[in-house]
Design a protein around this ligand. Sequence first.
Ligand SMILES: [Zn+2]
Length: 290
Amino acid sequence: MTLPSVLGDGPRAIDVHAHPPTREFLMDAGGPYMHDAADAFGAEMDTSTFDEMRAEYREAGIDRAVLLAWDAETTTGRPPVTNEYVATARDEHPDFFIGFASVDPLKADCVETAERAVLDLDLDGFKFQQIAQGFDPSDPAHEELFTTIEDLGVPCVFHGGNTQFGGGTPGGRGLELRFGDPMLMDALAARHPDLDIILAHPAFPWEREQLATCLHKGNVYMDLSGWLPRYIDDQVLHYARTLLKDKVMFGTDYPMLDPARWMADFAELGYDESIQRKILWENAERLLGL
Ligand SMILES: [Zn+2]
């Protein structure tokens, strides 16, 4: 699998949304919730190593990946993928992984954990999955946490839209989709203009709200992870190559989606070379300060 040759040499793609393909994420943190998601994606729950993951990415022509920690322990009762674990993976593959931390906003020590993640572990951002974590980012109760992250000067990824985590089960295992509404992050962005926010995934069924906040807030961006390009809402695809071409980034949601398959599907869209470069790596390179 190779990218269109028009992209030439040099860095060709940065995946801004990847989870560990290991037991720590799929089995320990995810457990039954992840089984539901894997069923929905038609993905296997087979684990693999970071070396195997890296080989897969190389094969797909992807140079780097943002690796995400995960802590939704209060709501799910499952153990976290710790920030230390992600930092260790990054240290073992420093030219491949960019490490993003996770803090559970319902834990009393979340502010200290956030500070440690950046100052001690040198992680480069945060990932929130508000549906799994059961919190509303616009709730003033979390103000200290987001003021701290804004001061630390690193970006936050927020889950956007529906989730398959716990999907298809009675009551969705108790999780509430409303926390995936982009308007909650719009409110947060309004109060924290120096906090860069990436709305992960085309935020079904709120893609239009997502596009609106990306247009309105200079500090809000989005990625295309979690969906093969052929299934992404037409209006999102339209904005990605026009008004939001400097704000939309490539992501997979690995290991739920196969990187080579995503890249091949993206090439099928036939975007101009300059737009492909922006989406595949230039926008991420700029935002992450690489
Ligand atoms: Zn994800």
